[in-house]
Write a protein that binds this ligand. Sequence first.
Ligand SMILES: [Fe+2]
Ligand SMILES: [Fe+2]
Length: 179
Amino acid sequence: MKTQTAAGAGNTQLEKFFHDSLKDIYWAEKHLVKALGKMQKAATTDELKSAIEEHIGQTEEHVERLEQVFEIFGKKPQAKKCEAMEGLTKEGESIVEETEDGSMTRDAGIILAAQKVEHYEIATYGTLRQLAITMGQDQIAEILSQTLEEEKQTDEGLTRIAENNINWEAEQEPAEEEK
Ligand SMILES: [Fe+2]
Ligand SMILES: [Fe+2]
C-alpha cells in the first residue's frame, strides 16, 4: 500500500506533471471568472444570465479550492497560461460578435461556448482526481471531486436551458440578409 505523500511532493515525474497541470487549470479558472462575466452580460435571457452568474460564484470557489490543493501538495499557488482555455473563451467572444444582440441565437451560441468550457474542465478534473488517487493524495482527490461534480451539474443545467426553449426559439429567428 502506498502511504500519503507529505508536503514537498513533486519528486517523481508524475508529481511534477500533476503540479504543472494544476498551474494550468488554476490559470484557466481565474481567466474564466472574467470570461464568464462577459458571456453573462452578452446573454439574452434571464435564465441563461442567472445560470452563468451562479457558475461564476462556483468558479471563484474553484480558484480557492485549487489554492487549497497547491497548499496540501506543498506548493505555492502559481498560474501558467492555459492556451486551450484562452482559445475556448476567444471562440466564445467571436460567437458573441457574430450573433445579434438580444437574440435567442446569441444564447444558443453562448451555451455552446460555455459547454465546451465545461467539458474541458470535466476532462481536466476527472484526470487530475484520478492522478491524485494514484499518488495517494486522497484529500486532494476529494477536493477535486467536489469541483468536478459542479462542472458536470453546470453542463447538464446548460443542456436543460437550451432544450427547454432557447434552441426552439432560436430556430424561429429569421437570418439577416447576407451582406
Ligand atoms: Fe471551474
Ligand atoms: Fe466550469
